[in-house]
Design a protein around this ligand. Structure first.
Ligand SMILES: Cc1ncc(C[n+]2csc(CCOP(=O)(O)OP(=O)(O)O)c2C)c(N)n1
Length: 288
């Protein structure tokens, strides 16, 4: 089982994860840096402090489940899984290469006829679900959370959504059903970076007031500065104590966080940095 890290260690890991993200997307020549960089502290807080998981047993039945619904942020998840020990850090540079386990969006599935955990195929150990087609992750996470209840297990399910992803109706159908079934071992996190594919969420489909919307759908709502590890951990801990309803944490973040010319820049939703930009980004991110 992975040991709880200190806030300082988590912040140091987040720095390394940002550098991995820039390097892997640059090496691939394609990918989604903006929405990967915004999610770094959320993922690091989860994997190094909140989730019950064991890199040596990726299919351990009692593990907490993490579902990356905004699947284009796969580089961030792969980097955090590598830092956790699920795969070699060097493998990160195979992102999006032919034959690599690290495809641009995550996958995990049960092949036809298979119905046991040991026959689940994960792109890399630790990946729970296929993602890329937005909005399916929350429904999947509800299924996982309900399965825990049916199986008499006490694991929890966590799901990371983008704020542009909330344009999809399936998210709100899922939100209603989670409240209806009182799925209190479920936590959704909204990466509220206020940008989506090629523009600002407010211009494409305004979702404010987001907290009131989730609350009216029957959820417990927390709100944090999404790059503040301490605040994130406190919100996840508070959610654990909530009974009878699911929780959502609205995490206010910056798309492209940490790289000045990527921050709040729609261009870097889905474009790799070129050689010069990569050098500049890595210089800004510091470290070795
Ligand atoms: C069903 C579906 N519709 C459209 C897309 C294309 N698409 C990929 S990313 C994206 C924007 C996502 O924005 P957001 O959820 O805010 O992600 P972030 O800004 O955090 O990267 C869109 C529309 C998709 N992947 N799936």
């Amino acid at each position: 089982m992975i040991a709880a890290a200190t806030i300082e260690d988590i912040e140091a890991t987040a720095k390394r994860v940002r550098r991995h993200i820039v390097r892997m997307i640059a090496a691939a020549g394609s990918g989604h840096p903006g929405g990967s960089l915004s999610a770094v502290e959320i993922l690091c807080a989860l994997y190094f402090r909140v989730l019950r998981h064991d890199p040596a047993q990726p299919l351990w039945p009692d593990r907490d489940r993490f579902i990356l619904s905004k699947g284009h942020a796969a580089p961030a998840l792969y980097a955090v899984l590598a830092e956790s020990g699920y795969l070699p850090v060097e493998e990160l540079l195979t992102l999006r290469k032919l034959g690599s386990r690290l495809q641009g969006h995550t996958f995990a599935y049960f092949p036809p006829g298979a119905n046991t955990l040991s026959t689940c195929i994960q792109s890399i150990p630790g990946v729970e679900a296929c993602a890329g087609s937005l909005a399916q992750g929350l429904s999947f996470a509800i299924g996982q959370a309900l399965a825990a209840r049916l199986d008499g297990r006490d694991y929890r399910a966590y799901c990371l959504l983008g704020d542009g992803e909330l344009d999809e109706g399936q998210v709100w159908e899922a939100a209603m059903s989670a409240a209806h079934h009182r799925v209190d071992n479920l936590v959704a996190v909204v990466d509220r970076n206020r940008l989506q594919n090629d523009g600002f969420v407010d211009d494409i489909m305004r979702t404010d007031p987001l907290d009131a919307k989730w609350r009216s759908f029957g959820w417990n709502v927390g709100e944090v500065e999404g790059h503040n590890v301490r605040e994130l951990i406190a919100a996840f801990e508070a959610a654990k104590a909530v009974k009878g309803k699911p929780s959502v944490i609205i995490a206010h973040t910056v798309k492209g966080k940490g790289v000045s010319f990527m921050e709040n820049n729609p261009e870097f939703h889905g474009r790799a940095p070129n050689k010069k930009e990569t050098e500049r980004a890595l210089a800004e991110l510091g470290g070795e």
